[in-house]
Write a protein that binds this ligand. Structure first.
Ligand code: F6P
Length: 353
């Protein structure tokens, strides 16, 4: 058995832990041969791959990023490098030439969508969910999320000491695309006073009123805002329009927009920190290393049993599999009845309205 492994989309902490678990499990348990595809689906288009053995995956469990490299615009069905041409037949030819029997695709919703299309062309595929955004359908968790939340929570703690010293309103903007998971969990973990998520449009006047009240005591306010948050009746803040990308816009900058709206209404100074890619870099938390290891091992087991066409998922804290078509191109946002929203309200945390 010869298995190809690739990491697609944006990187996140824990990818190397999955590569290690998939590779070592396939070699040790199934006697398989493993090939790493470089830079996600780009490697299948540009014919770049290399063998993976036990030595090449040793010592990487704690390493951020991906040893295979990745690309978030390399769609073989619409290749940006060839004017949007369909390169899928060349990709299938390369897979056949390598003698790869099945593919393990580690990625987010875009990667799962491509994996699903490649599977429909006759390549057996197992998907593994990654994203710091935690927005993949039908899995309670994707690895990378815990690491991102830890970074943001720590940043909020650091911002709080300087906010209280200067009597400022500090806005911290998180990633997360159209889902508020990072802002919600990190905001709660970091003790933010206001948490703004895409699922609940915010009211600037209500936030300003709260900040004014807090100017008297305790004298400062921490606002944690997700990049996809928007005012009621208002628009998303778009940093850039992206051509040839599965996601047509890059979000970012809502923290600055909010600062401009709040500042004229407040006595205290309002400052914004965009955490950006700091949230995606660095070593995975122990939780993410374990989750990634479980996912990788489970993916290898499914490959060895010949169970294809699904994405590994965590449901009721157990590994399971869901059909790729149930995940491809979909987004799991924060449900409005989520218990963490109730908890936030009960704690007196404003959700922006
Ligand atoms: O999906 C992960 C993510 O980090 C999002 O939270 C963010 O909007 C996006 O990727 C940023 O992508 P890029 O690295 O292309 O700027």
């Amino acid at each position: 058995m010869h298995i190809g492994v690739l990491t697609g989309g944006g990187d996140c902490p824990g990818l190397n832990a999955v590569i290690r678990a998939v590779t070592a499990s396939l070699i040790n348990d199934a006697g398989a041969r493993v090939t790493g595809i470089e830079r996600g689906f780009l490697g299948l288009i540009e014919r770049k791959s290399r063998p993976l053995d036990l030595a090449s995956v040793a010592g990487i469990v704690n390493l951020g990023g991906t040893i295979l490299g990745t690309h978030n615009r390399a769609d073989p069905f619409h290749y940006f490098g060839a004017g949007g041409a369909d390169m899928s037949s060349q990709v299938i030819a390369y897979i056949r030439e390598l003698g790869i029997d099945a593919l393990v695709a580690i990625g987010g919703d875009g990667t799962m969508a491509i994996a699903h299309r490649i599977a429909s062309l006759g390549v057996p595929v197992v998907g593994v969910p990654k994203t710091i955004d935690n927005d993949l359908m039908h899995t309670e968790r994707s690895f990378g999320f815990d690491s991102a939340v830890a970074v943001v929570a720590e940043a909020i703690g650091r911002l709080e000491t300087t906010a209280s010293s200067h009597g400022r309103v500090m806005i911290v903007e998180t990633m997360g695309r159209y889902a508020g998971w990072i802002a919600l969990e990190a905001g709660l973990a970091g003790g933010a006073d206001v948490i703004l998520i895409p699922e609940i449009p915010y009211d600037v006047e209500a936030i300003a009123a709260l900040c004014r009240k807090r100017e008297t005591a305790p004298g400062y306010t921490i606002i944690c805002v997700a990049e996809g948050a928007r005012p009621a009746g208002g628009q998303l803040t778009v940093a850039a329009l992206l051509a040839d990308s599965p996601d047509p816009v890059r979000l970012g900058g809502v923290g600055h927009v909010l600062r401009e709206k709040l500042q004229p209404q407040l006595t205290s100074e309002v400052r914004t920190t965009l955490l950006g890619h700091v949230q995606r870099g660095g070593s995975p938390t122990a939780f993410d290393r374990v989750l990634a290891t479980r996912f990788g091992h489970y993916a290898a087991q499914r490959v060895a049993r010949g169970e294809f066409g699904g994405m590994v998922a965590l449901q009721a804290a157990q590994c399971t599999s869901v059909p790729l078509e149930m995940v491809a191109g979909k987004t799991r946002t924060v449900p409005l009845d989520h218990p963490l929203l109730d908890a936030a309200r009960a704690l007196g945390v404003s959700l922006g309205h």
